[in-house]
Design a protein around this ligand. Structure first.
Ligand code: ADP
Ligand code: MG
Length: 791
């Protein structure tokens, strides 16, 4: 997941004026730092008479910069204002770039790398390295990895300055770096080595290795240093321990080739071609910058040169970028300085969007997934019944007790009791819970007695009583539903036992499973946090469910049950039941939520009251220490607390009336559902007894379709049955069935065969239990008749 924390910012442009040499004559310029927020640099050019101007008119240029560092500005100041903020961003996971632009000899290398003589002259690269490693050491919350790379671009060729294998005597000896673009248009540098640097010293050594390589490779003839671009990059990746998310950032520190124009280089032959290249490269940089500064420009010609490709993100992309325009202010170079400033003004228009570079590390992801697999294996072990047999240690038992207690106390509906995939632990938890339910101990009481005495507030007292009552009621509902589920489970068990006996396959179980899954949904409705209490109420609530107690008297057979489940599913009223069930679920959730909120408000009120008491004590103490103070004076703090209590009470009341309203609604809904269920059962019984009567009257197995009373909705479900479930049973023909041979009858009807070919021949293995067999036969016959009728 990539986070989209984004910093939109224009490139920050700074100017640095190089100190004049002894023999140099200063041009006319002035720096104005007072203007806010930008500083301005004014350069005045005396008009030369030779230019054809008779008057002494002077031309003045004014440029704006983020900040201007005049001749006496020291390296540390330059670092603090320009590089430190960018380094901080890099540490936070954003890309950063600082580049120096200016004519040869204007101080680019001095600014970026530093002077060779004094320690205080060290430039942005060593200072940044020092700063970054300092910060990394301080931050123990993350794991950092740092690498550096050093690339030189000369004549559109890239060279790896950090290749340790080479004792390079010429630039051409260094490994050539080439550009690769992936399908996402990301630039990759092939052959550029990333050297790990675990501390400042290692990083500095690498920097010096690169600079040495650069120096050695440079001959007086090619003067590579002024015609090549150098990009020193610090790669930082960080992650929090245990997390698979990695932040990566790159900090480019760039020393560009001299910006002077070809005319000035003024050399012929071989060198001129080189000069052209340099300028081409910078020319493309300029083009990119012009394109970026233009609004609505969609195509940016990054690809034209290697340097613009490498710096693509730094220019109008995902980067925090700063530019330093290095200026030589002596008379001879003033023109160049003006063009450097002009360039800087355009760069200042470019907007970058630095994005936090976060990604998921696949290796770490694998570690996490492996853990997940282990968890799943544990779970599988649990399900398949493979168990650990040794006893739990005393320590483990104590741990479990603690877990259970926190679980019981946790009001969060999503809280769960997780003891891992250990059957012994799970069993122990159940036993412990049972104990708690059967013999509510003091710890159990604590759970329910969080309320602090509220005797002085009768209104609230009654509210609490109501709350308790409602909890109790919810508890009962919870219990009822549990009973329901248990009964259904028993029914299913019975049915399954019968099924095993019958050796029948999917036909019946499918139907049963469907009905069971519907009924199991009942379970989810009540609040779990109110459960566990008063399990003894189970028996008292059973009689409230006439529908079920009547049905599960023990005399239901598989056929009957199955038929009813199917009947129920397609009965028009089942929609009403479903709707009500959903509504009930919602209401239960609301009630639970409200209950929690009410508790919360009560807690707040108690807290406020505690504060008032504290206030009283404080004031009493004050009265003792300085009796002159009057105790009965009005206390604004207390008054404010009282007002807050009143506010909370108000909201308590509103919530409580809603709470009561919901209670009424829930009871109503439950009654409605019971009524509908009863009606449905009655309908079914009428249908069933009529069927039974019809069957008894018919001497033949296949009866006339005219005599059957069928509910239209039942036809539908039986069709469904015959098409799906029964056809599956019939796939096994009687002749191929080795087990069912002795114990089955073949039900075949030639007239039916033509009408319903897929299920005309049905082989049903019998149980031997006469009641069950009779039911099955009745069911089959009913089905046949319905099919005939339909045909
Ligand atoms: P560039 O890299 O732009 O060609 P350099 O950084 O090599 O220029 O500077 C040329 C000379 O000027 C070097 O000897 C350098 O030490 C000196 N120099 C540049 N800027 C400063 C400065 N701010 N203070 C002192 N010396 C400087
Ligand atoms: Mg240089």
């Amino acid at each position: 997941a990539r986070q989209t924390a984004m910093v939109k910012e224009t490139i920050r442009v700074y100017a640095r004026v190089k100190p004049l040499g002894r023999r140099q004559q200063a041009g006319s310029y002035s720096v104005d730092d007072e203007e806010d927020p930008l500083s301005s640099l004014e350069i005045t050019v005396p008009r030369d008479l030779a230019d054809g101007f008779i008057n002494n008119k002077r031309e003045t240029y004014k440029f704006k910069f983020q900040k201007i560092f005049d001749q006496e500005a020291k390296q540390d100041v330059v670092f603090d204002s320009i590089a430190k903020p960018v380094a901080e961003c890099a540490l936070a996971g954003y890309n950063g770039t600082i580049f120096a632009y200016g004519q040869t000899g204007s101080g680019k290398t001095f600014t970026i790398t530093g002077g060779a003589e004094r320690y205080s002259d060290r430039g942005i690269i060593p200072r940044t390295l020092s700063y970054i490693f300092d910060q990394l050491q301080k931050d123990s919350s993350k794991v950092y990895t740092t690498h550096v790379s050093y690339l030189e671009i000369y004549n559109e060729c890239g060279y790896d300055l950090l290749d340790p294998r080479h004792e390079a005597s010429r630039l051409e000896d260094l490994p050539k770096v080439t550009i690769m673009e992936d399908s996402d248009q990301n630039i990759h540098l092939k052959n550029l080595s990333l050297q790990q640097a675990t501390n400042e010293e290692e990083a500095l050594n690498l920097l010096f290795l690169g600079d040495t390589n650069r120096m050695i490779a440079e001959t007086p003839m090619n003067q590579a240093s002024s015609r090549s671009h150098c990009i020193f990059t610090i790669h930082i990746s960080s992650k929090e321990p245990g997390s698979a998310t990695i932040r990566r950032s790159k900090l480019h520190l760039v020393d560009l080739a001299g910006s002077e124009r070809v005319a000035k280089t003024g050399v012929g032959g071989h060198l001129l071609t080189e000069a052209k290249y340099i300028n081409l490269s910078l020319h493309y940089l300029e083009q990119v910058i012009i394109a970026l500064a233009e609004k609505n420009r969609s195509h940016i010609p990054y690809r034209n040169s290697m340097m613009t490709s490498v710096l693509r993100d730094s220019l109008g992309g995902n980067c925090m970028t700063a530019m330093i325009a290095t200026l030589t202010i002596d008379k001879r170079n003033i023109d160049e300085s003006i063009s450097t400033c002009r360039f800087a003004q355009r760069v200042a228009l470019i907007k970058n969007e630095a994005v936090l570079n976060e990604e998921i590390d696949p290796r770490l992801m694998i570690v996490q997934l492996k853990k997940e697999i282990q968890d799943l294996k544990d779970e599988l072990e649990l399900v398949t019944g493979k168990q650990r047999t040794s006893e739990l240690s005393q320590e483990e038992l104590l741990q479990l007790d603690e877990l259970i207690e926190t679980f019981l106390k946790d009001n969060d509906p999503d809280s769960s009791l997780d003891v891992g995939a250990d059957m012994r632990k799970i069993k122990y938890c159940f036993i412990h819970m049972k104990e708690l339910v059967n013999h509510p101990t003091t710890s159990d009481k604590k759970l329910l007695s969080q309320d602090i005495s509220e005797a002085e507030d009768p209104n609230k007292k009654s509210g609490e009583e109501e709350l308790e009552k409602l909890k109790h009621l919810l508890q009962q509902r919870d219990n009822e539903i549990n009973i329901l589920v248990n009964m259904l489970k028993k029914e299913k068990k019975k049915a399954q036992d019968a099924l095993f006996q019958l050796n029948a396959t999917s036909a019946c179980s499918t139907v049963l499973e469907q009905s069971l899954s519907i009924n199991l949904e009942d379970r989810q409705s009540p609040s779990s946090s109110f459960s566990l209490k008063e399990a003894k109420d189970f028996s008292s609530s059973v009689h409230r469910l006439p529908f079920l107690s009547r049905q599960t008297g023990g005399k239901t057979s598989l056929g009957y049950q199955e038929a009813f489940e199917v009947f129920k599913q397609d009965h028009a009223d089942s929609i009403t039941i479903e709707d009500n069930k959903q509504l009930l679920k919602q209401r239960f959730a609301e009630v639970k939520c409200l209950g929690e909120k009410l508790n919360e408000v009560r807690g707040k009120i108690n807290c406020l009251k505690g504060k008032i008491t504290q206030r009283h004590i404080q004031r009493a103490a004050l009265a003792v220490s300085s009796p002159s103070e009057e105790l009965n004076t009005f206390d604004p703090v207390e008054e404010k607390l009282r007002m807050q209590i009143e506010e909370e009470k108000k909201s308590y009341k509103t919530m409580f009336s809603r709470f009561k309203g919901l209670k009424v609604e829930i009871e109503h809904l439950q009654l409605l559902m019971e009524k509908v269920k009863m009606k449905m059962q009655k309908d079914f019984e009428v249908w069933w007894s009529e069927e039974a009567k019809n069957l008894q009257e018919m001497p033949e197995m296949v009866t006339s379709p005219d005599t059957v009373t069928v509910y239209p909705q039942f036809i539908k479900s039986l069709q469904h049955l015959s098409a799906k479930s029964f056809s599956e049973t019939t796939r096994v023909s009687p002749n191929e069935d080795p087990h069912g041979k002795n114990n089955s009858i073949t039900f075949s009807n030639p007239t039916l065969k033509t009408r319903t070919p897929p299920s005309s021949s049905t082989s049903i293995p019998l149980t031997g239990d006469s009641q069950a067999d009779a039911d099955i036969l009745a069911f089959i016959k009913a089905r046949q008749r319905i099919l005939q009728k339909k045909g």
